[in-house]
Write a protein that binds this ligand. Structure first.
Ligand code: NI
Length: 280
């Protein structure tokens, strides 16, 4: 028997490899496309989802900008010709204590008068602005705390005018009020400083000397009379400590706490040297 003639495979059998080949190639191509399509689209989609809500996220998560505290409510006008008043005054600032002092005054609802030196005004203009914004009165205390009696009158007054200009630049407020350093003035200096009025004091808390909150409080409460102008210092930390006791004590004694100009019912005129206000 010779070898069986090889029968020809049917057509469908012959095309199996072709079908498998085409199918396989298709699979390969498909598998190449499949992973690439999601990989390509995924980052795009991911990127889109990250970037699209980003502005909202940022604005949501940004720390709330500190809102400026509302200005203190306007005080009832006080008529110091009818009720006993005293004026708290603070010299030599602005200083590193100023923010704490202003916070205390705000918390206590007290308006005061600040006698600032020109050199400190230009160093801390923001504190001068806050003094004004908080409703206090700002005035000058020479440029660099020189005794005006030891300067030529023209120079002393130029320094006072420069200080007033610095206060105006920092706060927008004009002042004619000057507190001569050390309380040192004479008629020659006053006459030379035309358009200005000198504001002295009749109660010295001696805060600059004792640095003792209890003694500061004792002086303020024991030495005050209606119309008193009370001397304290922006630069003394113990003064800030003493303030709540001073304010509560003066109020217990029946005093209204006002600014220096409020001691009078009419505006202060230039050319005076004043130690205290009028009293009822
Ligand atoms: Ni002083």
């Amino acid at each position: 028997m010779g070898p069986q003639p090889r029968s020809r495979p049917p057509l469908w059998q012959a095309s199996v490899p072709l079908i498998i080949g085409v199918f396989g190639a298709g699979l390969v191509a498909f598998s190449l496309i499949l992973p690439t399509t999601p990989t390509l689209s995924a980052p795009v989609a991911a990127k889109a989802t990250i970037t699209a809500p980003a502005p909202a996220e940022v604005s949501k998560q940004a720390p709330p900008s500190p809102l400026p505290e509302p200005p203190p409510p306007p005080q009832e006008p006080i008529d110091c010709s009818k009720v006993p008043c005293v004026a708290l005054t603070f010299d030599d600032g602005p200083s590193p204590n100023s923010a704490g002092l202003l916070d205390q005054l705000r918390a206590l609802g007290v308006k005061a008068t600040f006698f600032n030196t020109g050199q400190n005004v230009v160093n801390h203009p923001d504190q001068v602005k806050r003094q004004v914004d908080d409703g206090h009165v700002v005035a000058g205390h020479s440029w660099n705390h020189t005794d005006m009696r030891k300067q030529k009158p023209g120079k002393a007054c130029d320094d006072a005018a420069r200080t007033a200009e610095a206060i105006r630049n920092a706060s927008g407020v004009e002042t004619i009020l000057v507190r001569p350093p050390y309380g040192g003035w004479n008629q020659t200096v006053l006459s030379a400083c035309q358009g200005m009025t000198f504001i002295l004091w009749n109660v010295d808390t001696l805060d600059w000397s004792t640095h003792d909150a209890a003694k500061i409080t004792d002086h303020a409460l024991n030495d005050s009379k209606p119309g008193s102008i009370i001397l304290m210092h922006d630069t003394v930390p113990e003064t800030v400590d003493a303030l709540p006791g001073v304010v509560a004590g003066l109020r217990d004694l029946g005093y209204a706490l006002v600014t220096v100009p409020e001691l009078w019912t009419s505006p202060i005129t230039p050319g005076q040297a004043i130690y205290s206000g009028p009293h009822p």
